[in-house]
Design a protein around this ligand. Structure first.
Ligand SMILES: Nc1ncnc2c1ncn2[C@@H]1O[C@H](COP(=O)(O)OP(=O)(O)OP(=O)(O)O)[C@@H](O)[C@H]1O
Ligand SMILES: [Mg+2]
Ligand SMILES: [Mg+2]
Length: 544
């Protein structure tokens, strides 16, 4: 009996680490997500909104209001309202045409006012949902809707930095950096609709993509632009609120741990009758009590007398709705079907924003691709594309790589130098065999490099044919068959690597033929099609 009992936790552990639930114990989660908005200014002052300046220069982006000097008053930044509106509408949330601000009182060093301005009684919007699917989000269910409870606008707090004092025997001291104080936040609360860890993971990813797509936040968890508290309960166990979860993996591991802990509490009948929410933190390997149930705070909420309601007209809502980008899943679906027929992987690259980068956003990329595709299609003789992959592979593999290397923003490139139409004409030349792929790649890089050296400002009118002639890149037509054969034989001889040649011949290392082709390209200075060389090498080596 004893032995059996001691085996139970082991079994549980193994099962949970697979992410599988234990029969009879249902996991329930609800999220509270705080998202920093990347507005130009802070929420209620004109200070620059840059909480990341902290490390090098703390307390530079502050005003009298941010440090809560008596007599200062808040003035609402409407850019934050616009951003909140974009998010609410994208989540199908019903916007309150008259939302209000409230004061939430608590005393802590990172809160100089003694209260946080938030929305408690009349939040910005209520209801809404985000839909997850098996096809695009890797959840187990075919489709799953996570309902949104509400969205509210509020201020961020300052940042506390704890460190050992430099003065002897004075112990730890807390430094306060107010750069983050009064940065606009949106708090999003979901219904307790999650019953599987994969759903939580998928929701976070989709939400991150959404805020990046909308350009309202950098959406980084690690940097703290998005901070997520997770409420967890198993069966009738009271919900536990998990805080201090710096990234997706700690969120997932903390849920797994908490699930196991509550299952054990239930199994051992240790559960007390209290319904007060316990707050626990994550120390990297287990959840620990942060705030005991007895110290639950009374925030003494009250309407902020200094701020009028946010009054919105329904016209504003419909105008903003028009500016919103298409639903990400619809975009992926569109790219995967006719006429684009992209793979799911490529369609996702064009749609899902994995990081917030300065050079392009995925919507710009997708529009650029679609416009190039259509221009290319329109420029072909029969309005058909024989190889539809050519457009996507040039854009995703060549162009983007070059833009990153040279730090050129996509919209500048598109406006000033390589419009979709221009790129289409370039692809036409490449596909027509005027220039080999490898020389075309070099030419493209050269053009972009020149543009960068000219500091990306001056629009350039490029004539590809003139450049191809100028740099003598044109494929040499009608290379004499015998000459080509002799050259290829010479390459094999000079290489003097019978082992490699044997492995190509025997079919063991088929791809090594690319190496020979590369040598051939070098000999012909790229002015020959790779295919022509490959055919010749295969003929000489007698491989199919
Ligand atoms: N039984 C449950 N199991 C897991 N999560 C739950 C359960 N019931 C409610 N929740 C979740 O708890 C969260 C409640 O958040 P809410 O902000 O409304 O209240 P709070 O946590 O009490 O307040 P505060 O803003 O001070 O943290 C929601 O995300 C909700 O989905
Ligand atoms: Mg809350
Ligand atoms: Mg909470």
């Amino acid at each position: 009996m004893l032995r059996l009992k001691s085996l139970i936790p082991l079994t549980i552990k193994r099962r949970i680490s697979n992410g599988n639930p234990i029969e009879g114990f249902e996991l329930t989660c609800g999220l509270e997500i705080h998202t920093q908005l990347n507005t130009t200014n802070k929420l209620f002052s004109r200070s620059v909104n840059n909480p990341f300046e902290s490390i090098s220069s703390p307390n530079v982006n502050t005003s009298y209001f941010d440090i809560a000097l008596p007599g200062t008053q808040p003035i609402l930044n409407y850019e934050a309202v616009l951003f909140a509106l974009k998010l609410a509408l994208s989540l199908n949330s019903t916007v309150n045409l008259s939302s209000q601000f409230d004061r939430k009182h608590y005393f802590y060093g990172d809160q100089p006012q003694g209260y946080q301005i938030t929305q408690h009684y009349h939040p910005f919007s209520k209801g809404g949902y985000l839909r997850l699917s098996k096809e695009f989000d890797e959840i187990k269910e075919l489709s799953k809707e996570i309902r949104i409870t509400q969205l509210q606008i509020e201020q961020d707090t300052a940042r506390s930095l704890y460190h050992q004092s430099s003065q002897q025997n004075s112990g730890e001291e807390t430094l306060i950096d107010l750069n983050r104080s009064n940065v606009p936040l949106i708090e999003l609360v979901t219904e307790p609709d999650f019953h599987d860890i994969l759903q939580v993971k998928a929701f976070i990813k989709k939400y991150q993509n959404l805020v990046r797509q909308l350009k309202i936040s950098t959406g980084d968890l690690e940097a703290g632009s998005i901070r997520i508290d997770v409420n967890v309960s198993v069966n009738e166990h009271p919900r536990v609120e998990l805080k201090n979860l710096p990234n997706t993996s700690s969120i997932i591991n903390a849920i797994k741990y908490e699930y196991e802990r509550q299952v054990n509490v239930l199994k051992n009948n240790e559960q007390d009758s209290s319904t007060v929410v316990e707050t626990r933190g994550w120390d990297g390997s287990k959840t620990t009590v942060l705030r005991s149930k007895e110290s639950t705070m009374d925030y003494r909420y009250m309407a902020d007398p200094e701020l009028p309601p946010i009054a919105l007209s329904s016209d504003v809502l419909s105008e903003v709705a028009k500016t919103l980008s298409k639903d990400a899943d619809d975009c992926i679906r569109e790219l995967m079907s006719n006429p684009y027929n992209l793979s799911k992987k490529d369609a996702r690259i064009m749609t899902i924003q994995n990081d917030f980068n300065e050079l392009y956003n995925n919507e710009e990329l997708r529009v650029y691709y679609i416009d190039t595709f259509n221009a290319y299609k329109g420029s072909t003789e029969d309005n058909e594309i024989s190889d539809p992959k050519i457009v996507v592979s040039w854009i995703l593999h060549e162009l983007l790589g070059n833009l990153k290397k040279l730090q050129i923003p996509l919209n500048q490139l598109s406006q000033n130098i390589l419009s979709p139409k221009k790129l289409a004409s370039f692809l036409n030349i490449v596909h027509g065999g005027v220039i080999s792929n490898s020389n075309a790649k070099q030419l493209l890089f050269h053009i972009l490099e020149e543009y960068k050296l000219g500091s990306c400002k001056e629009p350039k009118d490029i004539d590809f044919m003139i450049l191809i002639k100028k740099y003598d890149l044109e494929v040499t037509k009608n290379i004499d068959y015998n000459t080509l054969e002799a050259d290829c034989r010479e390459i094999i001889e000079t290489l003097n690597n019978p082992k490699m040649i044997e492995s190509i011949k025997s079919g063991k290392k088929k791809n090594s033929i690319k190496y020979l082709v590369g040598l051939g390209m070098r000999k012909y200075q790229g002015k020959i099609q790779a295919q022509e060389l490959e055919t010749m090498f295969k003929k000489i080596l007698n491989v199919k």
